[in-house]
Every structure is written in C-alpha cells, then in structure tokens.
Design a protein around this ligand. Sequence first.
Ligand SMILES: C=C(O[C@@H]1C=C(C(=O)O)C=C[C@H]1O)C(=O)O
Length: 91
Amino acid sequence: MADVRREIDRIDRALVDLMAERQGYIEQAARIKANRDEVHDDARIEDVVAKVLATAAERGLSADIAEPVWRLLIAKSIEHEFNAFDRRKDS
Ligand SMILES: C=C(O[C@@H]1C=C(C(=O)O)C=C[C@H]1O)C(=O)O
C-alpha cells in the first residue's frame, strides 16, 4: 500500500504542476479580455468539457470523475479570472 500511495503522491505533484500552468493561462486571459462580461463564457465552458470528455473516453478516465472535476476546475478558474480582471489597473 505504501508503494501505491507513493505513486498517487507523485501523480498529484504532476497534476499540481499542470494546474499551476493552466492557472497561468487563466491569468493571461484576464489580461487579454477587453470586457468583464467576457470572463464567463458558457460556449467555451461546454467546448472545454466536451473535449475533456472525449479525451477521457480515449484514455480510460471515468466520465463520472472527469466531468465534475473539470466543471469545478473551470468554475474556480473563472473566479480566479474575475479576481485577476478586477485587479487590472485599467478595469
Ligand atoms: C480562460 C477562459 O476564461 C474562462 C475559463 C475557462 C476555463 O477555465 O477553461 C473557460 C471559459 C471561460 O469562461 C476562456 O475564455 O477561454
């Protein structure tokens, strides 16, 4: 069991690295968007979730895990993006 947990911990570190990289692009989006009402984009949310579910099906990740995890990740990313947008000097 210790070996299994060591592998889970290794994977979690890799996921944190990828999520931090993703967060960096969320921050770039907050700098690029001209208007605050562009931060929450329902069409893009559904596009992201559809692409994730297609990749999850190919790679063997359960949709029951992938869909709620990504919907929460996107919701928290949008909160982060609103905060970054509102900290802009020009907003
Ligand atoms: C990063 C964006 O901003 C938001 C964040 C999204 C995400 O975390 O994938 C998706 C839609 C947007 O509401 C974007 O518009 O692409």
